[in-house]
Every structure is written in C-alpha cells, then in structure tokens.
Design a protein around this ligand. Structure first.
Ligand code: T46
Length: 150
C-alpha cells in the first residue's frame, strides 16, 4: 500500500534542533486541530477506527511507537521514532497505534475539528465504506449493454 511520510527539515545549530510545521507548506492541509497523547500504558493499543473525511499527520515528537494501517485490502506498519518524521494518514485507513515507548508523545495535526460522526469504529462498517467508495465519489458504473469502455 502507498505510504506517505515526511522528513521535516531540521534547523540545527550549536543550541540544538528546531522543526517548523506550517499548513499547506510542509503539512499538506490547513491545520484546524492539534492533539497529542502520552503516558500510554504498557501493552496498550489505541485507535481501531477509520475516518470518513479527516486527514492527519502523525509525529512521534518524543520516544517511539508503531502505526498499523489497513486500507481494506492491504496492511502495513510504520515505525515513528524520530521527531522529524511525519506520517500522513488519509481518511479511509483503519489505524492502530501500538508499541508506545514509556516516554512516547504522539502528536497529531488534523484538518478538521473533533467530530465523532466522522469516525468509523466498526471494522465491518469500514470494509463496506471502502468497498462503496467508488459510488460515493461518483465513479460512473459500467453500462452492461455497452460493455467495458463503451
Ligand atoms: C486518530 C488517532 C490517530 C476529544 O475530545 N478531542 C479530540 O480531538 C480527540 C482526538 C479525542 N477526544 C476525546 C474522545 C475520547 O473521549 O478523547 C478521547 C480519546 O479519543 P480516542 O479514543 O478517539 O483516541 P484514539 O487514540 O483511539 O484515536 C485518536 C483520534 O481520536 C483519531 O482521530 O486518528 O488518534
């Protein structure tokens, strides 16, 4: 599956390193929300949902964690273990965050305010949602009388 990550530019000097995140520059949307999670308890996995429309960038600004992604047909796991790495997450992806280190701080930038109605929290509903994506996006169905490409 296609995975988009960003390696943010580090502005380093003898004092240390600074990273700047800017909407529609190195973050590919207008940032409307930022949240972060920390003090994640050992063995805990979070997420287990997809979104209908939300776009996000995940950055583990301290420590490390893993993000498992599932687009309905393919699965992949991405390790986030550097504060200069961002993982772009489009909406139609079932996500699970796991293997948090004790010191992990996972920060998320989002293009929308919090809206529970945007969540798909049932895996079966997620599979139906991705299967029907073509219909929702107006991809014309084939005319059986004309045949493919007719
Ligand atoms: C996502 C992954 C990566 C709010 O009140 N405002 C918020 O902006 C968020 C994100 C959550 N909440 C409340 C809702 C729940 O009562 O915080 C509680 C924990 O949220 P949730 O169980 O959805 O957290 P995660 O870690 O399972 O998922 C979060 C995001 O919700 C989700 O959009 O993609 O991180």
């Amino acid at each position: 599956m296609e995975i988009t990550t960003f390696d943010f530019e580090e502005h380093g000097d003898e004092r240390g390193i600074l990273i700047a995140l800017e909407e529609n520059r190195n973050i590919p949307f207008t940032i409307r929300r930022c949240y972060f999670m920390y003090n994640t308890q050992p063995g805990i996995s979070r997420g287990f949902h997809a979104h209908k429309t939300l776009k996000q960038v995940l950055i583990c600004v301290r420590g490390s964690c893993k993000i498992s992604l599932d687009n309905g047909t393919e699965k992949a796991t991405v390790v986030l273990d550097r504060p200069n790495r961002g993982l772009y997450l489009s909406s139609d992806i079932w996500r699970v965050m796991h293997d948090f280190s004790d010191d992990a701080v996972l920060m998320v930038l989002a293009d929308q305010l919090y809206d529970e109605s945007d969540y798909i929290r049932d895996y079966g509903a997620f599979l139906s949602w991705v299967a029907e994506r073509g219909k929702r996006e107006g991809v014309p169905e084939e005319d059986p009388e004309k045949g493919i490409g007719g």
